[in-house]
Ligand binder design. Structure first.
Ligand code: NDP
Length: 249
C-alpha cells in the first residue's frame, strides 16, 4: 500500500474518533465505577481487561518479530510493547475488583479499537517507515520520549495509589489524596494521555496521531465523568480539583 493511501485511512480513522468523542459526552462507558445493568451479558472485570488489551500487545509483537524494523521503529515498537505488557498482563492482576463484572460489549468494542490502532501502527513500522539512526538526534525524539516517560510514571504512580485505596477484598470508593490527586481527579488518565502524546511526537506519523486522537476521545470524557461522579458521591470532595487541569477543567 502507498503511504498516501495509508495516511488517508488513518485520517478517516481519526475522524471517527472525533465522532466517538462527541458520543461519549452523552454516554458514560459502562465499566469500573460507571458499570450498570442494561448493557447485555457481562464477564469478569479482570478477564475483560486481559482480553481487550491483548490485541494491542499481540499485534505489535507480531509486526515486530516478523519484519526488519529500523532501530528507531524498533524503539517505538518496544515502548508500545512495554506499556501494553503492563496493561495486559500486570494491571489486571493488581486491581482490587473481586467479583466485579464488565459488559462484553465494552470488551468487543475495545478489541476493535485496539486491533485497528495496533494494526495501523504496526503496519507503518514494518512496511512504511523511513527512520534513520539520525532520527535519535532529532528534537522530536528527545521531547517525545521525555513526555512519554513522565506520562508513564504519572500513570503508574496514580494507578498504584488508586488501586491501594482499597484493602484486599474491599470494593468501595474513597477520596484519593496526595501526589497529583491534590490538583486533579484523574492523574492516571492524564499520564496515559501524555504517554501517547509523547509517542506521537516521536513517531511523527499519521497512525500514532490518530491513536492519540482516539486516546483523547476515550479518556477526556472518562475523566470528566469520573470527576463529576466524585463530586456527586462525596459531599466533602475538594472544590479546587479539576478533572484533568487544576482549578479549571
Ligand atoms: P480508574 O481510575 O477508574 O480505576 C483504576 C483502578 O483503581 C480500578 O481498579 C478502580 O476500581 C480503582 N479505583 C479508582 N478510583 C478509586 C477510588 N476512588 N477508590 C477506590 N478504588 C478506586 O481507571 P480506568 O478504569 O478508567 O482506567 C484504568 C487504566 O486504563 C488507566 O491507567 C487508564 O489510563 C487506562 N485506560 C486507557 C484507555 C486508552 O484509551 N488508552 C482507555 C481506558 C483506560 P473500579 O474498577 O472498581 O472502579
Amino acid at each position: 500500500m502507498t503511504l498516501e493511501k495509508f495516511n488517508y485511512i488513518c485520517l478517516i480513522w481519526g475522524i471517527i474518533a472525533i465522532f466517538t468523542f462527541v458520543l461519549l459526552q452523552f454516554v458514560k462507558a459502562p465499566y469500573g465505577r460507571h458499570v450498570r445493568k442494561g448493557w447485555g451479558p457481562e464477564i469478569s472485570n479482570k478477564l475483560g481487561w486481559i482480553i481487550m488489551e491483548f490485541p494491542s500487545f499481540g499485534i505489535i509483537l507480531y509486526f515486530y518479530i516478523s519484519s526488519n524494523q529500523s532501530s528507531y521503529a524498533s524503539i517505538l515498537s518496544l515502548l508500545w510493547l512495554f506499556h501494553y505488557f503492563n496493561r495486559t498482563f500486570i494491571f489486571p492482576f493488581k486491581i482490587r475488583t473481586k467479583g466485579k463484572k464488565m459488559p462484553i460489549i465494552i470488551v468487543l468494542s475495545a478489541i476493535i479499537f485496539n486491533s485497528i490502532n495496533a494494526g495501523l501502527n504496526g503496519y507503518f513500522f514494518s512496511s512504511l517507515e523511513t527512520y534513520t539512526d539520525s532520527s535519535f538526534l532529532n528534537w522530536k525524539f528527545v521531547l517525545g520520549i521525555s513526555i512519554f516517560i513522565i506520562g508513564f510514571i504519572v500513570n503508574q504512580v496514580s494507578d498504584y495509589k488508586l488501586i491501594n485505596l482499597r484493602k484486599p477484598g474491599e470494593l468501595d470508593y474513597k477520596i484519593p489524596r496526595g501526589f497529583l490527586f491534590d490538583f486533579i481527579s484523574c492523574p492516571n488518565l492524564l499520564g496515559e494521555l501524555a504517554q501517547w502524546l509523547g509517542f506521537a511526537i516521536m513517531a511523527w506519523n499519521y497512525p500514532a496521531t490518530s491513536f492519540l486522537v482516539w486516546t483523547a476521545a476515550n479518556l477526556i470524557p472518562r475523566a470528566i465523568s469520573h470527576h463529576n461522579w466524585y463530586k456527586k458521591q462525596f459531599k466533602n470532595y475538594p472544590k479546587n480539583r479539576g478533572a484533568l487541569v487544576p482549578k479549571i477543567w
